[in-house]
Ligand binder design. Structure first.
Ligand code: PLP
Length: 478
């Protein structure tokens, strides 16, 4: 603190002096030229990194950050510059270890795929394939036909189609069935899903106009009846997957709505959002309608995500009546929203696993994590605890605590899964600095801070990640 300028000295002058001390990019490049750790970096990338490092220093000086002239000496500046450059060289899109306990974590890539599916993706990407080639006739084929049969078999629908994500699925169904017409939706279902996907906005984009009926908490069949007109193109239900209206409530059942649609020859659509093919209520979760139940109730077209509860790749699945799906297939928008070969191969592989429910629960990570009994999570947590207590005595206080995992991804909002976490209370550094440092590792570790401790929920950590977690903490503390 002895170097602080006396009050009467113009800080502008000091800043000018500091700015003058900043090295020139070309001079830096000359000095870094022989550094072995930077050898493999292309010149232009290296130059850009050096430039942005110096720029960030300049910014700090101009903003009056407490920088001393000796901070700008080579011995101090260059090691920092080199770490900065190496940090920038890291691949940006990286694997992380999810210790948040949120299974379908939108920020961490939603669902992760089983090993079998990864093999399928490897082939799909690295080899030629029959993506649009019919192996029986030797003629051009359709990419959609590769998963349609599976979708129909699993959901009981007459036909199916897959687009880029569920938002796209909703858009194309509305555009196909209700462009220039009216769509009736209950006020209780005008939802917003993360990333500002709002049903009313999507509806506007599709060229359909929204007719809201009922009140936020209660909508009756007669509300729909009263809103019907010559202009009605579709009756839409949106599944409340990320919120719940409780208390004095009423929603019209699928059966009632289907009956009304039939009576007036108007199709009924349900946007299921999560779209589950298995009943998860036996794990203490709330009963969500499965896709096959919705189809069986007579709904004409159903949309759902590929990477939420289904546990597959990002995709938007549309299943329903053949004449409707055929119409959607012919919509030119379909070309713009079409899935690539990775999605297709990943989705086919996932759907095959669903043919046997036991297999699905044993292999699809999203289902595995939801269904893992808490005593298994507890064992995993204690395994990590033993390693940490053995190797890091004195650095932090470790314990295993009860915690709550969540399904996440806008699925099953208030649903709690009992879980266990390893809690770390560092002795010599703050908990947020520990959190930051683990986030900065080669395989970043993402936990959550609670009551001055960093928690690692072991429900979302695979068994083979426990040693990595252990290593990450070792590297951090010692
Ligand atoms: C998640 C969700 C969507 C959007 O699905 P994406 O696959 O993220 O595009 C649309 N509707 C509902 C009800 C959802 O829950």
């Amino acid at each position: 603190m002895g170097n602080l300028p006396p009050q009467h000295i113009d800080t502008d002058l000091i800043n000018k002096e500091l700015l003058r001390l900043l090295p020139k990019v070309d001079d830096c490049l000359l000095i870094l030229h022989d550094n072995e750790r930077l050898e493999a970096i292309p010149h232009r990338s290296l130059k850009n990194s050096v430039q942005s490092f110096i720029d960030s220093f300049r910014q700090k000086i101009l903003q009056g950050a407490s920088i001393q002239p000796q901070d700008l000496k080579s011995e101090k500046l260059f090691p920092r510059m080199i770490s900065y450059i190496l940090e920038k060289e890291k691949v940006r899109f990286r694997r992380v270890i999810n210790c948040t306990g949120v299974i379908i974590h939108t920020n961490l890539g939603r669902s992760i795929l089983p090993a079998q599916t990864m093999d399928a993706l490897y082939d799909a990407g690295g080899r030629y394939s029959n993506l649009e080639f019919d192996l029986t006739t030797g003629q051009r084929g359709s990419r959609y036909s590769l998963v349609e049969e599976q979708l129909c078999e699993l959901t009981g629908a007459e036909a199916g189609l897959v687009v880029n994500n569920n938002a796209a699925a909703v858009l194309i169904v509305l555009e196909t069935l209700a462009k220039g017409r009216e769509v009736i939706v209950s006020r209780g279902q005008l939802v917003e899903i993360g990333g500002s996907f709002r049903i009313p906005d999507v509806m506007r984009r599709s060229g359909a106009s929204l007719v809201e009926v009922g009140a936020t908490n209660r909508t009756h069949l007669h509300d729909y009846q009263a809103a019907l007109s010559e202009e009605t193109g579709l009756l839409l239900r949106v599944h409340c997957s990320n919120y719940r209206i409780i208390g004095f409530t009423k929603e019209v059942s699928n059966e009632e709505l289907v009956g009304l649609g039939k009576e007036h020859d108007i199709p009924v659509m349900e946007d299921l959002g999560s779209g589950c093919l298995v009943d998860l209520s036996r794990f203490g979760l709330m009963k969500e309608p499965t896709v096959q139940e919705v189809i069986a109730s007579g709904v004409d077209v159903v949309t759902f995500s590929g990477d939420k509860l289904l546990g597959g790749p990002q995709a938007g699945v549309i299943v329903g009546r053949r004449h409707i799906i055929d119409k959607i297939k012919k919509n030119p928008l379909n070309r713009a929203l079409r899935i690539d070969k990775f999605t297709l191969s990943g989705l086919e592989s996932i759907l095959r696993l669903y043919r046997d429910e036991k297999t699905a629960f044993a292999t699809i990570p999203t289902l595995v994590m939801i269904s893992t009994p808490v005593n298994v999570v507890d064992k995993r947590a204690k395994r990590l605890l033993r390693l940490l207590r053995r190797d890091l005595k004195g650095y932090a206080i470790f314990s295993v605590i009860d915690t709550i995992s969540r399904v996440g991804g806008g699925a099953m909002p208030e649903q709690n899964l009992p879980s266990r976490a390893v809690a770390v209370k560092p002795c010599h550094v703050g908990v947020s600095s520990l959190e930051r440092s683990l986030r900065g590792q080669d395989i970043p570790v993402i936990g959550r801070i609670e009551n001055d401790r960093l928690l690692f929920d072991l429900r979302t950590v695979a068994d083979d990640e426990v040693p990595l977690l252990h290593k990450a903490l070792l590297r951090n503390f010692s």
